[in-house]
Design a protein around this ligand. Structure first.
Ligand code: DC
Length: 231
């Protein structure tokens, strides 16, 4: 039996998944892929051309060359021959992406690309919402990263504005809780913890502690499953 070379990191919005996953991948010599970036790329295309139907969005995304490109240790989306960042991080995209992520043909389109990236020999640290439940249910390491909405809102505001003031903090925490609810209540591949995932609550952890906790879980899981950590 061959091992799927994937470390799945799922969890709610702004739980620090992506930056943590990138650091974990660097420490392991693996690739890092943020699957949400592909949903954001599709959303960018839908907004640019005012498209609502999945087939039309896919067609236009392919015409514009939306796809994954390996850049160093990162696998990132390109659009129109350039990195899709920072276009895919706009508030407009953030507000609309949950609708795109709820459409089954678009999820299938994303998942085909994720699976293609995992068919190589190098390990992949993949973060998202449904990696351990739907995309790679046989991943040998599954982590569910979480933190309270307030802790996540605080981190997000400090990162963006350098401070987290009370009125913005409450509004940001409410917005994050609403995004989690939208992701968790959709019919297709909703955000939820895989039954065999290890939960890491990062509310009280520093970034470094978060990375170390994941590395420890990953190494232990691989050694318990007697998978050589060719990482
Ligand atoms: O992690 P993020 O905020 O960039 O994710 C953007 C959106 O994509 C969010 O609504 C959740 C969704 N998503 C998903 O449904 N499945 C994934 N594997 C990754 C992201």
């Amino acid at each position: 039996m061959t091992t799927t070379p994937v470390i799945a990191i799922d969890g709610p919005a702004a739980s620090g998944k992506s930056s943590t996953a990138a650091a974990v991948a660097r420490a392991l010599g693996a690739f890092h892929l943020d699957s949400g970036a592909l949903y954001r790329g599709l959303t960018r295309v839908a907004l640019d051309h005012d498209l609502g139907a999945a087939e039309a969005i896919i067609q236009r995304a392919e015409t514009r060359g939306l796809g994954l490109v390996r850049v160093g240790d990162e696998i990132i989306p390109f659009l129109d021959g350039e990195p899709a960042e920072p276009l895919i991080r706009s508030p407009e995209v953030t507000a609309a992406v949950f609708r795109i992520a709820a459409m089954e043909p678009l999820r299938d389109w994303v998942n085909r690309r994720l699976r293609r990236e995992a068919s190589g020999t190098r390990w992949l640290v993949l973060d998202g919402r449904d990696i351990g439940t739907a995309v790679f249910p046989d991943a040998p390491v599954k982590i569910f990263l979480t933190a309270t909405p307030l802790a996540r809102a605080k981190r997000r505001l400090v990162q963006r504005d350098g401070a987290a003031l009370a009125p913005e903090l409450a509004a940001e925490a409410a917005a994050l809780a609403a995004r989690d609810a939208a992701d968790a209540s959709r019919a297709v591949a909703p955000l939820r913890q895989a039954t065999d995932a290890i939960v890491i609550d990062t509310t009280e952890l520093t970034f470094g502690q978060q990375v170390d906790a994941i590395l420890a879980v990953a190494r232990k899981a691989l050694s318990n499953k007697q998978i050589p950590p060719t990482l």
